[in-house]
Design a protein around this ligand. Structure first.
Ligand SMILES: *[C@@H]1O[C@H](CO)[C@@H](O)[C@H](O)[C@H]1NC(C)=O
Ligand SMILES: *[C@@H]1O[C@H](CO)[C@@H](O)[C@H](O)[C@H]1NC(C)=O
Ligand SMILES: [Cu+2]
Length: 363
């Protein structure tokens, strides 16, 4: 069983920023995919015609099924590095926050009276069922947060990369995590004495996003204030617990060898723990209204990246499951990731590797 490779003693989930880790092995293994392919071509050319035909058939069925697009090219020689929020300097944090706020001053491309800030939750709400509970959960969100990162750079002159929030570091005091800081973060819980706005959330009244407006709630046009409801036992609010993002929970999920079981364990586990605790806008299909959504999804994406690196030869192409949540069709690498005009639609195959031409980043 391949599960032996993932025993705790050999490999542990590392919650620490990994930007300084040695990436050579991953790169070599990615390159070896290309080398193997070249090697197979030379073997075919040397064999007699009948063997040639047999191999050609084999080639077509086995290799032909695999995409031949960006995911195995190695033109990405200098991937950008995404870092953990708390490893950013004060100035870097400020730069990121300012770039996010700039989206709110940039005209919308998709809605008649919103801003670019609204376009991301809007697109996320359009796609809802196609990317949750289905194989595209991971590739769709990988592409989505990449488009966001690109927009921060191109539309708002951001000169850093998308940060991630490693919640395993905060699980014991999740509501006190640095991302909720009012000065060096995204503000905290909603106004405890204010009215419930929606999704058990109250208006965020501290930090750089206090008073941030959100035009949509799910697919409904419904202008309101950015809301959160961490839950402290008052009224009908639950309690924001970090138990679902404990390192042991994450380590167990990381040992799952099957792609579909792996992404479902992530999606129904840590992925849901955060919105279930934060509530408010994060609790809806317009969750990207909460700026922390993107740091949360960068961490989820990082888990996929880590998982892929354990066996890159297989896992850079490991993709199966349902095409949509309520569908019996099987997902394929050629399926389109739909961005509803936010960016060009792309096939899943182009985001399977973070070192693809399209993406080119590491953690
Ligand atoms: C803004 O756009 C929405 C549709 O996205 C529409 O329902 C609403 O009436 C518009 N509001 C104004 C003030 O134009
Ligand atoms: C919280 O809500 C109450 C009641 O609406 C309001 O009086 C108060 O000013 C709000 N607090 C902040 C910090 O905005
Ligand atoms: Cu989502």
């Amino acid at each position: 069983m391949t599960i032996g490779t993932f025993t705790l003693s050999k490999w542990r989930y590392s919650p620490l920023p990994s930007s300084d880790r040695n990436d050579t092995e991953f790169k070599q293994q990615s390159e070896s995919i290309v080398r193997h392919r070249k090697l197979r071509i030379s073997i075919i050319l040397l064999l007699p015609p009948i063997t040639f035909v047999l191999l050609a058939v084999f080639w077509k069925t086995i290799v032909g099924l695999q995409p031949t697009g960006d995911e195995v090219k190695t033109s990405c020689s200098q991937p950008s590095i995404r870092r953990e929020w708390r490893s950013l300097s004060r100035a870097e944090k400020k730069n990121y926050i300012n770039a996010v706020k700039c989206l709110g001053r940039t005209p919308s491309r998709l809605t008649p009276n919103g801003t670019l800030y609204d376009d991301f939750p809007w697109a996320h709400a359009q796609v809802s069922g196609g990317t949750h509970g289905s194989a595209a959960f991971y590739p769709w969100h990988r592409y989505f947060i990449h488009v966001y990162e690109k927009s921060l750079k191109e539309d708002c002159e951001y000169n850093g990369n998308l940060p991630y929030w490693d919640w395993t570091l905060d699980w014991e005091k999740i509501t006190k995590a640095p991302v909720w800081d009012s000065e060096n973060g995204f503000g905290g819980d909603g106004n405890s004495t204010g009215e419930i706005v929606l999704g058990h959330g109250r208006c965020v009244v501290d930090g750089p996003f206090a008073g941030q407006t959100a035009l949509f709630y799910g697919t409904r046009y419904d202008p309101h204030c950015l809301s959160r409801g961490f839950g402290d036992g008052i009224n009908d609010k639950g309690v924001f617990s970090g138990a679902g993002v404990r390192p042991e929970v994450v380590e167990k999920i990381m040992r799952q060898p099957d792609y579909e079981k792996f992404f479902l364990a992530v999606e129904n586990g840590p992925h849901s723990t955060i919105p279930n605790g934060v509530r408010g806008d994060f609790f809806s299909f317009t969750a990207p209204y909460d700026p922390v959504f993107f740091l949360h999804h960068a961490q989820l994406d990082r888990l996929w990246w880590l998982w892929q690196q354990k066996l890159p030869r297989e896992r850079l192409l490991a993709y199966h499951g349902k095409r949509a949540h309520h569908s019996t069709e099987k997902a394929q690498l050629t399926d389109a990731l739909r961005m509803f005009g936010l960016a060009e639609d792309k096939p899943v195959s182009q985001v399977m590797s973070t070192h693809s031409n399209l993406l080119c980043y590491s953690y």
